[in-house]
Design a protein around this ligand. Structure first.
Ligand SMILES: [Zn+2]
Length: 445
């Protein structure tokens, strides 16, 4: 197939180029002018991006599938231009902490996804009741990294002490996989939470229990421990701009943020309430623009959705303490970043491409197949009409989660088609066009 008349986003370029793309057997063969062939696809007026990578989703499968499963999660990803997701180990049951559990999860989801997918393994407090090193080395060939927590709301996946975390940094370095960390300080949050729970159960009480200070302390501590242990560390969902600054110039340390931290603040939480409840919580007004700067300058490496929806019965419980913490996001990740980053904030195109796909692909060992439009790579593409707009309506999500803080917002641009390995998997007019199971499981290249 030859895709003609589009404007393509090639890695390292500052502007879109009017070039054709030749695809054969699911791969990009070449890009160039006036390519000819039998099967022509006319992309007149469309911008063509590499498929986005969402390196942080909770599809909860098998396990909490009343919140999300791989079929719904991957469909909503495809509709938002995401062609590769990396799923977290902690919200499926059993958690992916052993080789046996890994196989259970892969067996359960293998025939469900419409986008390509990979897994993170995890190391929880429970893992230290057995031999964590054995599980790490057995899991390593199948996972792209190991998720850990300094604070956890899950009984099935407990937090690590600093000593255990250091142990994991050393053990995972031996198998050449990064450690991913939820970085909020346990002691700080526990102290604030005790006080706030006495005061009440409103959003203000929950908000005050997760101060920026908790993130600052945890990030600083984790980075220092990683440097000392010569480990490879990635901090997930950084909300506090000042915490991100601590990553600057540290070798083998990377960080991600999420659209909700870029877009929303405490004032929005006051208005929107539970639909914006996440952990970490959104931060003070002005913090989001600082995070945008860190994305532009490279202090932050990429953006992930932390997609973690829940049904209304779990999102609106009557108490801010028990409302489910998490929001759907993989379907709005790329549309948001295109509109608010590339268009409205004029993020340079080459930087935008790093943020939406390239850097995550490199960080997790997928760059041989994914992350950019280059000959030899999978033909994962987004075809976007820059003259149209996208209005966000939760009830139209393919996800099981319909409650979104982005409800009613209008983004520049509209995704017309998403291609996975050369095949259309989403079409703006027809919807999802492929059956569950189209997506492949990915290991590190
Ligand atoms: Zn998460």
């Amino acid at each position: 197939m030859i895709i003609k008349h589009g404007y393509i986003a090639l890695p390292g370029e500052k502007s879109f180029l009017p070039l054709d793309i030749e695809i054969e057997d699911s791969k990009i063969v070449r890009t160039g002018s006036n390519l000819s062939g039998k099967d022509i696809f006319d992309a007149e007026g469309l911008l063509i991006f590499p498929g986005a990578i969402d390196p942080h989703v909770h599809f909860n499968d098998p396990g909490y599938t009343e919140r999300e499963d791989f079929t719904h999660g991957s469909r909503t990803a495809a509709s938002g231009g995401v062609t590769t997701v990396i799923d977290m180990p902690c919200t499926s049951i059993p958690p992916v902490t052993t080789l046996k559990n890994f196989h259970k999860k892969l067996d359960a989801v293998r025939n469900k996804s419409v986008v390509d997918f990979a897994f993170f393994g995890g190391v929880s407090g429970q893992c230290f009741e057995n031999d964590p090193d054995k599980n790490i080395s057995e899991l390593a060939p199948h996972v792209l990294g190991f998720k850990t927590y300094f604070i956890s709301g899950m009984d099935t996946f407990r937090r690590l002490t600093f000593e255990q975390f250091t142990h994991v940094l050393k053990s995972t370095a031996k198998v050449k996989r990064p450690v991913l960390l939820h970085a909020e300080d346990y002691d700080t949050v526990t102290r604030y939470e005790a006080t706030e729970r006495e005061k009440g159960s409103d959003w203000q009480n929950f908000y005050a229990s997760r101060p920026e200070e908790a993130e600052l302390i945890a990030v600083k501590h984790a980075v220092d421990l990683a440097q000392a242990a010569k480990g490879s560390l990635h901090i997930v969902h950084i909300g506090t701009a000042e915490a991100a600054e601590y990553l600057a110039g540290k070798p083998f340390v990377t960080g991600e943020t999420c659209p909700h931290y870029l877009e929303f603040s405490r004032e929005d939480f006051e208005e929107i309430g539970g639909a914006l409840k996440t952990t970490p919580v959104v931060k003070s007004p002005g913090n989001g623009e600082k995070l945008w700067k860190h994305l532009m300058t490279g202090i932050l490496d990429f953006v992930a959705s932390d997609h973690a929806p829940a049904p209304a019965s779990q999102k609106n419980t009557g108490s801010a303490w028990t409302d489910y913490s998490g929001i759907p996001g993989t379907g709005t990740l790329f549309p948001y970043l295109y509109s608010e980053g590339l268009v409205r904030r004029k993020m340079p195109l080459d930087r935008f491409l790093k943020v939406i796909a390239e850097n995550a692909a490199k960080r997790y060992g997928l760059f041989d197949r994914k992350g950019s439009i280059e000959p030899g790579k999978d033909a994962d593409l987004i075809l976007l009409d820059p003259d149209k707009t996208t209005r966000i309506r939760g009830k139209e999500f393919y996800s099981k989660g319909k409650i979104t803080p982005f409800e009613g917002l209008t983004f520049e641009g509209k995704i017309m088609k998403t291609l996975l390995r050369g095949h259309i998997i989403y079409d703006a007019d027809k919807g999802i066009t492929v059956p569950p199971g189209t997506g492949h499981f990915l290991r590190k290249g």
